[in-house]
Design a protein around this ligand. Structure first.
Ligand SMILES: [Zn+2]
Length: 258
């Protein structure tokens, strides 16, 4: 997940304030989304390939799924598209060089907090905030790694964030070319869209339940992304992931577009 700074520079086409978690919590369409069993998302003989635009999207979007898959012994490949090196302003003491080391390391610690040991991570190192310029390169890279029996999980191609949408489109095209299944994950949608937005594919939505232990682990894993959670003292800028954004990712379920 990139920064609020980014969204200020590249505002979504919708012209309203961020959506409060209470609005989603009270929404009947979200309440009616059917539950799905993890084995229905990824059968026992399939590998799960997670395509994450930035370090933190893998936990924000699908920590619960990762824990379910790890418990059942699934093979997991995480493709980290960018290192999230431009999450802070150019004046920040968190330089791009520093963040390109710090943020992938935060992912490693967070995955440990989730109890995910058996995972392969491939860092594509495409430029943060400019993934769209490299969409074809990403598609080709995914094509080189994917197998027909894989299930690919990628950010939703209408997620309201340029990098997330480029990842969604590249993943869709790569999965289609190989013949593997694609499942999309909304992340920025919870922040920038409203429940009545016409693009939300409610008929494709499925709800994956997280038990209390999984919820606690997800919360602990999110706390590992320190660079995104704390105010930037060098610039005085606010935290990139403030509590009102994190609230969308502390539910007892995750939503997947199948
Ligand atoms: Zn992201």
């Amino acid at each position: 997940m990139a920064t609020l700074t980014l969204t200020e520079e590249n505002p979504p086409e919708i012209g309203h304030a961020a959506t409060d978690e209470a609005r989603w919590r009270d929404n009947p369409r979200l309440a009616r989304v059917p539950q799905v069993h993890p084995e229905t998302l990824v059968s026992s003989d399939s590998r799960a390939v997670i395509v994450a635009p930035h370090p933190d999207d893998e936990v924000l979007g699908c920590a619960g799924l990762l824990m379910h898959l790890a418990r059942s012994g699934h093979e997991i490949l995480l493709i980290a598209v960018s290192d999230g090196e431009r999450s802070h302003s150019s004046e920040s003491a968190f330089s791009s060089d520093l963040l390109s080391h710090v943020r992938p390391a935060e992912t490693s610690v967070a995955l440990t907090a989730l109890g995910i040991g058996n995972i392969t991570i491939m860092r594509a190192q495409l430029p943060d905030r400019r993934v769209g310029e490299h969409q074809r390169k990403l598609q080709d890279l995914l094509g080189a790694y994917l197998q027909r029996s894989d299930v690919v999980f990628a950010s939703w191609h209408r997620d309201g964030h340029p990098d997330h949408e480029a990842v969604g489109l590249a993943s869709r095209d790569a999965a289609r070319a190989i013949g593997c299944r694609l499942i999309e994950i909304p992340i920025w949608m919870w922040h920038w869209r409203t429940p009545d937005h016409q693009d939300i594919p409610w008929q494709r939505a499925r709800k994956l339940a997280l038990d209390p232990d999984m919820q606690a682990r997800k919360k602990a894993a999110l706390e590992c992304y320190r660079s995104q959670l704390e105010p930037d003292r060098s610039t005085g800028n606010a935290a990139i992931l403030p509590p009102e954004v994190l609230a969308h990712f502390q539910r007892d379920f995750e939503i997947y577009f199948v």
